[in-house]
Write a protein that binds this ligand. Structure first.
Ligand code: OSB
Ligand code: MG
Length: 340
């Protein structure tokens, strides 16, 4: 990955605390977030791939977590990062309450294309967000690859009147993203397309940029194998980026902030999706990285022993995560050997 040495496995396991934190609103179909906090020599780090991810994918998250905990990070170019409000796939009535958790945010990202919902629900939610925000606010959507090309084109035409900042991952594949962009250009609807899963879940994270399938990239520090690796992707892709979270605790958010702080000014495409601690009902530090005046000061808050204890996972879940770390660590050792 970044080519920097891995700490010994026993050191990693000794540094690990497993937590289960409830979400305030269902997000990605989950109502709890499990995470491993790692007390590294450079500061706390977080390993929190979603439970359904396989070892090959989760191993890249481990590489990111170990890099942040055990290695110095690139220089910072700014000390405050503007963030967007993140609106889960809720009913329109719930929108003002969600937005209130993101004080001062002038950009909102709205989840759409949720399984079991329809376009009318998406339109109603985006309308509720537009109405709750002032005229200059930016509104983005994120479909998490949930639409076919035809559905995406229909939806983006229906949503065009809300003047979207961009549409994140409207369809699952790079080829579909290209088809959506072509169809929209042909119909005179101008909506920028952002790639998220096409970067962080792809074998080749640059392919989406090379194919001209996206106007900007969403970058997540942990899933991309760490900050240096993510910066390498930015340099190669040459597209503007927005840094976002994977619904992390404040420790994972600190890593995202640090990535955002390291980006060249001309490549930062607006507010980052790093305000999501506001969607959790608990945290692992007393200094939670929540938005204030629409931004978060870049910092690395200390783990709080009492909070780690309060949110401590069951012994079964703890054992599961420790096994997962062992398996993912093996994958990283094999990858390092293959590179030589
Ligand atoms: O970007 C944001 O506003 C918040 C982060 C977010 O949406 C997210 C959080 C967890 C998993 C996936 C995603 C996503 O961007 O698709
Ligand atoms: Mg996304």
């Amino acid at each position: 990955m970044s080519g920097r040495p891995l700490p010994p496995l026993d050191t990693v396991l000794d540094a690990a605390r497993v937590v289960t934190i409830p979400t305030r609103t269902r997000f990605r179909g989950v109502s709890v977030r499990e995470a491993v906090l790692l007390a590294g020599p450079e500061g706390p780090s977080e390993f929190s791939p979603f439970v359904e991810y396989d070892d090959a994918e989760a191993a890249t998250w481990l590489a990111g977590a170990l890099d942040f905990g055990w290695h110095p990070q690139p220089a910072m170019r700014r000390d405050r990062i503007a963030v967007n409000a993140t609106v889960p796939a809720v009913d329109p009535e719930a929108v003002p309450g969600i937005l209130a958790r993101f004080p001062g945010c002038r950009t909102a990202k709205v989840k759409v294309a949720e399984r079991g919902q329809d376009l009318a629900a998406d339109v109603a939610r985006v309308r509720a967000v537009r109405e709750a925000m002032d005229d200059e606010a930016r509104v983005r959507i994120d479909a998490n690859g949930g639409w076919t090309v035809e559905q995406a084109v229909d939806a983006l035409r229906a949503l065009a009147s809300f003047d979207l900042d961009y549409a994140e991952q409207p369809c699952a594949t790079v080829a579909e993203l290209v088809a959506v962009r072509d169809a929209l250009a042909g119909s005179g609807t101008r909506v920028r397309i952002a790639a998220d899963e096409s970067v962080r879940k792809a074998d080749d994270p640059i392919a989406v940029a090379r194919s001209g399938a996206a106007d900007l990239l969403i970058l997540k520090a942990q899933p991309l194998g760490g900050i240096p690796n993510a910066l390498g992707i930015v340099a190669e892709a040459g597209l503007p980026v927005v840094v976002s979270s994977a619904l992390d605790t404040s420790v994972g958010i600190a890593m995202g902030l640090r990535l955002a702080a390291a980006l060249p000014e001309e490549l930062l495409a607006g507010a980052c999706g790093l305000g999501t601690v506001a969607l959790l009902d608990g945290d692992v530090t007393a200094d939670s990285l929540l938005p204030v005046d629409g931004a978060i000061a870049v910092r690395r808050p200390a783990l709080d022993a009492a909070l780690l204890e309060r949110h401590r996972a069951t012994p079964e879940r703890e054992a599961w995560w420790r096994e997962r770390i062992r398996r993912c660590y093996d994958v990283l050792v094999q990858r390092a050997a293959a590179v030589g």
